[in-house]
Design a protein around this ligand. Structure first.
Ligand code: 6R9
Length: 600
């Protein structure tokens, strides 16, 4: 972070000034951005919550119980669909849960956790495929005042070990099929496992000190009533692990008060309303899947669709048609994947229910935006934010004209700006650090167990430094330019090069490894590794594949390099830091620039 952004400024040109114009008087929740931006205070939004009157705080009350105790009680909160057959569900799963059902289920699971000693402040990891149990578990954990640690299903042993040991999770909710990846023996804090998934015939073995419980049996016999554990606004809400440019993944802790930000952005940026069927395509293992797959929509009492299984263009279109999805929150890579399957496929489905679309995770290129607009009549609206910000910060709004390619404007109640390395705001059209004035509701409160890392983000007084570079044009639109550090975004997923390098060097043939993000037309970036081999190993295509598979098996599929290039030596500084800047130049066939700090 804090790179020398000025070098790049000269070469940066505004990509487009083509506008998306909005009809006057469009019926959006946020009608007059300019006026609201000037007057809005977060205090106004606090009034929407019961705790404002009762002083009793728990997000599960605000997103589930209060709806379950109101006219919304029989409203569907969760539509679940996974058409893929499995042993226990030969016809796939198609289920509906009302707010009352979720109150019942999350109380039952909360009681189960309580019975096994889980209490306020504990961390409980949820390592499950996208099933209703994943959502119910998170609600049950929050109900007890513990903090869920959602982990994507793709993680393998190394990645799990890092996250479970760092968070000192006392329990994990998982599925029998994933169990063999959890390194129990190396996790002294882990006491309980809850198995929510089809039992595999081979059975499972739980060595020393860990108790395994059948989620379904336990939930069935538990009481369906459990009042939320009342918390303070500063108590934990959720921990998301994410990557930086150096070191292992870090646990970003959010607090209960974040719900105010989730609620208001879901209302004004996603423009959600009572009649919507909303589909957030993100997995809760990533922040988008909790802030906008759980907390935002449900505090508003919205019906959400969750689709199980893997990406398939046909299934995605079918889901929009079948559930009459009206608001769709997805990512540029997904739009580009749909695009790559052609319009003919898309045209077989009725997508007319859609009325608003938002995008997140990486820059949305104008071509993809236009393609979605041609298909659906709606231009996807950018939302820029991060795991650390917890909520959307820079957005385009449904009632506001915007320029194609721009990321938008600061959400009311937040100030995003472009500052130089000394913290001075720079003039329009000047590239700098994208920063946010501190103090919005969902600003992370801690990097779990690492105060130093936390403080790095706030090293310029009064600002949160995002690590992204951007500029603001004279009309106040912010244009994302790139990262100031080496963090990789592949298919919208954030991957730290250090983690991948650490996995690579564990392979017996690898002496050194340097990892970069290589520009890619569909995935935004792909992971590329430069590798020098140990003596006695020779470069071959077979070895490349073997090394990539090794990372898949130990870390996760999405962390494995899609491209590997062998080299004599990985370029390093004299102090031993990998010079990824040089690797990027090699990759693009460009001059490597200043190498005076490079080791001999
Ligand atoms: C929510 C999420 C954060 C990083 C962020 C930036 C990139 C996110 C973007 C975007 C361009 C957008 N990013 N939204 N880049 N345009 N609309 O993605 O969180 O996984 O922590 O990633 O993603 O580089 O710094 P996270």
């Amino acid at each position: 972070m804090g790179g020398h952004v000025s070098e790049k400024a000269a070469s940066f040109v505004q990509e487009s000034s083509e506008w998306v114009r909005k009809p006057r008087g469009i019926d959006a929740n946020l009608k007059n951005y300019g006026k609201v931006y000037k007057t809005f205070k977060w205090k106004n939004a606090e009034k929407e919550f019961d705790w404002h009157k009762t002083k009793k705080v728990n997000v599960v009350h605000e997103m589930i119980d209060r709806h379950a105790n109101s006219a919304r009680k029989d409203k569907t909160a969760l539509h679940y669909w996974d058409p893929a057959p499995s042993a226990g569900n030969p016809r796939g799963r198609e289920e509906k849960y009302t707010f009352l059902d979720l109150k019942d289920q999350s109380s039952r699971f909360g009681n189960v956790l309580k019975k096994f000693g889980v209490k306020k402040g504990d961390r409980v990891a949820v390592f499950l495929p996208r099933t209703p149990e994943l959502y119910i578990s998170i609600l049950g954990i929050n109900r007890l005042g513990a903090s869920p640690v959602p982990l994507v299903e793709a993680f393998m042993e190394e990645a799990l070990f890092d996250r479970l040991s760092n968070s000192e999770a006392s329990a994990v909710v998982t599925a029998p099929a994933l169990l063999s990846r959890i390194p129990f023996k190396k996790l002294p804090s882990l006491k309980h496992l809850f198995l929510a998934g089809e039992k595999d015939a081979a059975g499972f073995e739980c060595p020393g000190g860990v108790d395994a419980h059948d989620y379904f049996e336990e939930v069935q016999s538990a009481s369906p009533s459990l009042a939320p554990v009342w918390l303070s606004l500063d108590d934990g809400l959720v921990i998301h692990y994410t990557s930086g440019s150096t070191g292992r993944s870090k646990g970003v802790l959010h607090r209960q008060y974040a719900m105010v930000g989730h609620y208001q952005t879901a209302k004004w940026a996603l423009d959600l309303g009572d009649d919507d069927v909303y589909w957030c395509t993100a997995d809760p293992g990533w922040v988008t899947g909790t802030s906008y797959g759980i907390y935002g929509p449900w505090t508003l009492g919205i019906s959400s669709l969750v689709l199980g299984g893997r990406f398939s263009a046909e299934l995605w279109y079918r889901a929009i048609e079948k559930y009459k999805v009206s608001m769709w929150y997805s990512a540029p890579t997904a739009f580009r994947l749909l695009m790559s399957q052609g319009k003919e496929l898309a045209k077989k489905f009725n997508l007319k229910s859609l009325r608003h679309i938002c995008s997140v995770g990486e820059p949305l290129n104008p071509e993809a935006l236009r393609w979605v607009r041609d298909l659906t009549g709606i231009a996807p609206h950018e939302t820029w934010w991060m795991t650390e910000t917890g909520m959307q910060i820079v957005c385009n709004y449904r009632s506001l004209d915007f320029k194609i390619g721009s990321t938008g404007k600061s959400f009311p109640g937040t100030v995003a700006s472009i500052i130089d390395d000394k913290g001075r705001e720079v003039p329009p059209n000047t590239l700098g650090n994208l920063a946010v004035k501190t103090g919005w509701p969902s600003m992370m409160t801690e990097i779990w167990g690492n105060k130093e890392k936390y403080d790095e983000y706030f090293r310029i007084k009064g600002w949160y430094l995002s690590g992204d570079t951007a500029y603001k044009d004279k009309d106040g639109f912010i244009w994302f330019a790139g990262r100031a550090d080496d963090v990789i975004k592949t298919a919208g997923e954030r991957v730290g090069p250090f983690e991948v390098e650490s996995a690579l060097v564990q392979h017996p043939a690898v002496a050194e490894a340097g990892v970069i993000g290589k520009p890619d037309a569909v995935r935004g970036q792909i992971i590329k590794a430069y590798i020098s081999l140990r003596q006695g190993h020779s470069a071959s295509e077979t070895l490349k594949k073997e090394i990539a598979d090794f990372v898949k098996r130990t870390m996760a599929g999405h962390a494995a390099p899609r491209e590997i290039e062998f080299c004599e030596r990985v370029p390093k500084t004299r102090s031993g830091k990998i010079m990824r800047r040089v690797l990027r130049a090699w990759d693009q066939g460009l001059p490597v620039g200043d190498t005076s700090t490079m080791e001999e």
